[in-house]
Design a protein around this ligand. Structure first.
Ligand SMILES: *Cc1c(COP(=O)(O)O)cnc(C)c1O
Length: 421
């Protein structure tokens, strides 16, 4: 009798001590400047490192632009919506990918000249704001209903607008809400042409949480099949294909396990490997059909390593239980009840990790920074660092019980300042 195939998930991989030490070493080496910043501006603090940000932006762009004939890069503002951070990326040749009227206003105020506006359910007010800037904004339409609403806004203003269309690349479950299904692409294109005020320029898709490029390459191949069935008039109109964001940092995803100080890793790959595989899929399946620009919308990969959180120990209640001056409202959700990030005691640095509950000061038990720290001990007033926390923390901050920390910007080891509130 053939044995039934049961889907047993692979056993989890455990994070090695070497990998953690490699990750924390640069921060411990630079501890002096982080301690100086905490001393100068107090605690808690977000610390944005603009030199790290610039390096990430350049590295991302280089990986892809060396391998493809024409590229453009748009930072997904939602991953860290500090305007100073977006402003810095503009100086490094990035455009901005915005997903609401609020983000669009910030992008316009920052002087961005190349903005893409993506997302479901754009309101009339949001469309009208975009329609005032057809020279700076491309709207990535989420549906035909939206194309019609935008057209009526444009009719009022007697203007036209460049647009793209988001393709749904994952019709299962909750991802179904995004974009237009590939089987409706031709009818959607015809409708957009008929509406008369929209300059159709390209397609977008986006997938999230990509630890490797497999999901993206699979859809690029499918997109090649879709494009090859489209009429010449459509292919001639396509000026760009935007393959979205979702690139996970190479260190991979680090999670707590049910064994103390044993952490699970879902490994990631380098951005060069992403670039190599995605570029060869694009060259094989897309560029032979249409010589268009390839656009990218990275968020997390760009901002994650560029921002850290500094907190201070307020109360050492037991040897293994301390309360700090910042709570989970700093990152907006109970992130460190599932995710692992090393907590570094900058005041008493050490490469050995000690078990200790590092908790916040909110009046709720769901207020955890970690279940251990790297240090030789821990005492009241010690400065702790949670490094590389730039993505989906600052954007989710909330004024809940405690105030939101200030932001310090570090430009180099001897230049730093506090951002005005
Ligand atoms: C969130 C989002 C991004 C950025 O995703 P990351 O995982 O932060 O890279 C890019 N494009 C779209 C359309 C998004 O919704």
């Amino acid at each position: 009798m053939p044995t039934a195939k049961t889907q047993i998930p692979p056993p989890p991989l455990f994070l090695s001590r070497e990998k953690v030490v490699e990750f924390i070493n640069p921060y411990l080496k630079n501890k002096g400047v982080y301690l100086d910043i905490a001393k100068a501006f107090g605690s808690p603090l977000y610390v944005l490192e603009t030199d790290v940000l610039a390096r990430k932006a350049d590295q991302f762009r280089a990986a892809f632009s060396h391998r493809l004939p024409e590229t453009a890069f748009f930072y997904a503002m939602k991953s860290n919506n500090l305007p100073h951070l977006s402003g810095h990326l503009l100086k490094h040749g990035f455009g901005l990918d915005v997903s609401s009227g609020v983000e669009l206003s910030v992008a316009l105020e920052l002087g961005a000249s190349s903005i893409i506006f993506s997302g479901p359910g754009k309101t009339i007010q949001e469309l009208a704001l975009a329609a005032r800037h057809p020279d700076r904004v491309v709207i990535l339409l989420d549906s035909i209903g939206e194309a019609k609403r935008l057209t009526s806004v444009l009719e009022e203003r007697q203007t036209r607008m460049p647009v793209g269309l988001r393709l749904n690349n994952n019709p299962e479950g909750l991802w179904r809400k995004f974009g237009v299904l590939p089987e409706h692409l031709l009818s959607a294109f015809k409708e957009i042409e008929t509406l008369g005020r929209l300059d159709f320029q390209g397609l977008q898709f986006h997938s999230s949480w990509n630890l490797n490029p497999d999901r993206q390459t699979t859809f690029i191949k499918k997109l090649g099949e879709i494009l090859s069935s489209m009429p010449k008039q459509f292919l001639d109109a396509v000026k760009f294909i935007d393959i979205g964001g979702g690139y996970w940092p190479a260190q991979g995803e680090w999670l707590l396990s049910n064994m103390p100080q044993n952490y699970i890793i879902d490994p990631g790959v380098s951005i060069d490997l992403f670039a190599k595989e995605l570029s060869s899929a694009i060259k094989a399946h897309i560029l032979p059909l249409t010589q268009c620009r390839i656009c990218f919308e990275p968020g997390r990969w760009i901002c994650n390593d560029a921002m850290h959180i500094l907190i201070q120990v307020v109360d050492c209640k037991e040897k293994d239980l301390v309360i700090t001056d910042a709570g989970g409202n700093t990152v907006g959700w109970e992130r460190y009840e599932t995710d692992y990030c090393p907590v570094l005691n900058l005041t008493r640095p050490s490469l050995s990790e000690k078990k200790c509950r590092i908790l916040g000061s909110l009046c709720t038990p769901h207020d955890v920074w970690g279940y251990a720290y790297f240090g030789s001990g821990i005492k009241e007033n010690d400065i702790l660092m949670i490094p590389a926390q730039g993505a989906y923390t600052y954007s989710l901050r909330q004024q809940f019980i405690k105030p939101i920390p200030r932001v310090a910007v570090k430009e180099s080891s001897n230049r730093y300042f506090l951002l005005p509130e």
